[in-house]
Design a protein around this ligand. Structure first.
Ligand SMILES: [Zn+2]
Length: 264
């Protein structure tokens, strides 16, 4: 599943193609037909990323919602020429500047600003947003008896972190993923937040995930394999100390950690 940096990057990359002009909206596959008709030809005012969600603010007051989930994917074709439909395209958005196709999302729907607010109300602060309130996330971490590994994936605690940044942020701070949230000090929880903000921001910039310190370790450019640019995520041995990396299932996903660098 894409982590928050991908969602913010999508908003940034798609905005010049779609925002500020009338957009032809359709559903070549048909499943989004009636919703597409509600905004077809309207001007898109902005694309708002929050956590793993994208909101599309239309000039007629309606708000679109996209959640990519595990399988959702956008395809971008720049220029006025509208490309042939390839595969199952749920939503197609076209302007003179380009065409953006969306396939396989968990959700793609048109609603109201209230619908958008209801979704956002269920989310914790998004570390990539300037208005994010770190204290809310820190408090939610430290109030919970759940493991910090599970809490970081819980979008109600903070919105946007996925499996890679979870493992790497815990590693960088030397925190064992199975420690309970209530057992973290304020300083530890705040340090985790600060690390996550920095990692996600760097991810938006790089348009990929590189969590290792580039002054300390060589970064694999071009076609990196999973585990090339991380300390423990998807690695056999810890990049820093060479200890075999261990896996614990937390929050429904495998969490990688180094038992030496992250003692209990
Ligand atoms: Zn280690």
């Amino acid at each position: 599943m894409p982590e928050g940096h991908t969602i913010h990057r999508i908003a940034k990359d798609h905005s010049p193609i779609l925002v500020g002009q009338p957009v032809a909206v359709s559903s070549p596959q048909g499943r989004f037909d009636s919703d597409a008709a509600l905004v077809d030809g309207s001007v898109l005012q902005r694309i708002e990323p929050i956590g793993k969600h994208l909101f599309y603010w239309w000039s007629n007051g309606l708000v679109g919602h996209v959640h990519l989930g595990l399988f959702g994917k956008f395809r971008v074709a720049k220029g006025p020429e509208v490309p042939d439909v390839v595969g199952q395209v749920r939503m197609r958005m076209s302007t003179d500047a380009g065409t953006i196709d969306l396939a396989g999302p968990t959700d793609c729907s048109i609603g109201t600003a209230d619908d958008r607010d209801r979704i956002v109300a269920r989310l914790g602060p998004d570390p990539l947003r300037r208005d994010a309130n770190a204290d809310v996330a820190i408090e939610r971490m430290r109030k919970s008896k759940q493991t910090i590994g599970a809490l970081l994936l819980d979008q109600k605690v903070l919105a946007g972190v996925g499996n890679v940044f979870r493992a790497e942020a815990l590693f960088v701070n030397g925190i064992h993923p199975s420690r309970a949230g209530v057992d973290l000090s304020v300083e530890e929880a705040r340090a985790l937040w600060v690390t996550i903000v920095a990692m996600l921001k760097q991810g938006v910039k790089d348009n990929r995930i590189i969590t290792i310190d580039r002054r300390e370790f060589p970064v694999t450019r071009g076609r990196a394999r999973r585990g090339d640019n991380t300390y423990v995520y998807h690695r056999d041995i810890c990049l820093r100390c060479g200890t075999p990396v261990q896996i614990v299932e937390l929050g429904g996903r495998a969490c990688y950690y180094c038992p030496v660098c992250q003692p209990r």
